[in-house]
Design a binder for this molecule. Structure first.
Ligand code: URA
Length: 435
């Protein structure tokens, strides 16, 4: 077989056979197929799509490109959560400790920033010393000893997805339902959790812009997971504006720390209760949404979630002092308030524009080898539904220099749509999809 023939086949709209997909992924993971051919193939998939059988084959091939963890000797049941990507999405930082605190071991493999969306691993790495590159053995030990681990994809787990993920980030090949489904589910299957909740985001700050696309993606992933014997459900959640107020790595960690201490933004907390509630029910700990949510709420109020979080930070090498005193986390030297050009009700905030501005400030990558600046981003002062006076601050830009902040300001101003009439805040969770 030759990679060039498989690229041409997909370019021309044909389905690849199972054998061809397995050959391509094995060759890429082994380093026999170069990045340039893989990115051409990924672009062909973005443009031509893949059918359900191809997507399932790609998922299985990527999951089996490394170790498949089995955690049953450590815990009878482990849980995991994954988001399809969104702007300001620090859900994992709050949800994972909450769920671990109610007695469900969380074994989570997270991603770095992807396209205009941030990634949990980059966020956590803004805590000095915190290690996300764990071996499979360290991953298992953290599940056993702490009951909570959030790690980057190690070389051992779904390595083909790890390579393809960072390639897609910089080759404009993120936005594809089959590629996202296979990427997410290959990691989830390899990491070994029994119960998985998927946060499938839609709207301007997500890769799926419409609810219909999000529903297709969610159904595909739930089907792949159930077929592999896992208990899976998915929430379709709105990214019609960023989640919470902070966008940017260290800024989001600060916001998540406040939430763990009981002062979180309503939308973030609510989403975590919904997603966590799904895990509690999938695991059979409670039978109703109401009971599950109240169990999780109690984990925040009692300080149990905070305690789990701090144990995870210490267990993975992070300096607790930065978490206990978040003002010490990396801080941008320059800030700039962005004033509203006129009075009005905030009708929409283009999350993608905010994510791209954060990347332009240095918070994301434009080449695979780029390092990121954890300090930069923005903190929203006005979200959808709020009335602002002319000159009132819409958001504050955090940048490496005043010049950088001024450069992104016009794009951020354009991201806000103001209306003369009141606008209701959008619903957060539209639908739950179960197997
Ligand atoms: N999250 C992933 O892990 N992969 C994607 O492709 C998108 C979001």
């Amino acid at each position: 077989m030759r990679a060039v023939d498989l690229i041409a086949k997909k370019r021309d709209g044909a389905a690849l056979s199972s054998e061809e997909i397995h050959w391509l992924i094995a060759g890429y993971a082994a380093g026999d197929i170069p990045d340039y051919q893989m990115s051409a193939w990924a672009m062909a998939v973005v443009l031509r799509g893949m059918d359900d059988r191809e997507t399932a084959d790609l998922t299985i091939a990527m999951a089996h490109s490394g170790d498949m963890l089995n955690l049953h000797d450590i815990a009878p049941l482990t849980v995991d959560k994954h988001s399809t990507g969104g702007v300001g999405d620090k859900t994992t930082l709050l949800l994972a400790p909450m769920v671990a605190a109610v007695g469900l071991p969380v074994a989570k493999m997270s991603g770095r920033g992807l396209g205009f969306s941030g990634g949990t691993v980059d966020k956590l790495e803004s805590i000095p010393g915190f290690r996300t590159n764990l071996s499979a053995e360290e991953f298992r030990r953290a599940v056993r000893e702490v009951g909570l681990v959030v790690a980057a994809q190690s070389g051992d787990l779904a390595p083909a997805d790890k390579k393809l993920y960072s390639l897609r980030d910089v080759t404009a090949t993120v936005e594809s339902i089959p590629l996202i489904a296979a990427s997410v589910m290959s990691k989830k299957l390899a990491a070994g959790a029994d119960c998985i909740v998927l946060d499938v985001k839609y709207g301007s700050g997500a890769f799926m812009h419409t609810l219909d696309d999000a529903r297709r993606l969610a159904r595909m992933m739930v089907a792949i997971g159930s077929h592999a014997g896992r208990r899976v459900s998915a929430a379709l959640s709105s990214m019609q504006q960023p989640l919470g107020f902070a966008v940017g790595n260290a800024l989001e960690v600060r916001e998540a720390i406040s939430a763990l201490r009981g002062h979180g933004p309503t939308d973030l907390v609510d989403l975590c209760l919904t997603l966590g509630g799904q895990l509690v029910q999938l695991a059979g700990l409670r039978n109703s949404d109401e009971e599950a949510r109240s169990l999780l709420r109690e984990a925040i109020e009692s300080g149990a979630a905070w305690e789990k979080f701090t144990r995870m930070i210490v267990g993975q090498g992070g300096d607790l002092d930065y978490v206990e005193h978040p003002s010490r986390l990396p801080t941008a030297p320059a800030t700039l308030d962005l004033p509203a050009a006129r009075a009005g009700h905030v009708a929409a905030i283009d999350g993608q524009a905010l994510g791209m501005a954060c990347n332009a400030l240095g918070g994301g990558r434009s080449r695979k080898e780029d390092s990121i600046d954890p300090r930069v981003g923005m903190v929203l002062a006005a979200k959808v539904g709020k009335h602002v006076a002319q000159g009132e601050t819409l958001l504050t830009i955090h940048a490496a220099s005043a010049e950088d902040a001024r450069r992104v300001a016009p794009g951020l101003l354009a991201a806000y749509t103001l209306s003369n009439t009141p606008v209701p805040a959008p619903a957060l969770v539209e639908e739950i999809i179960t197997a």
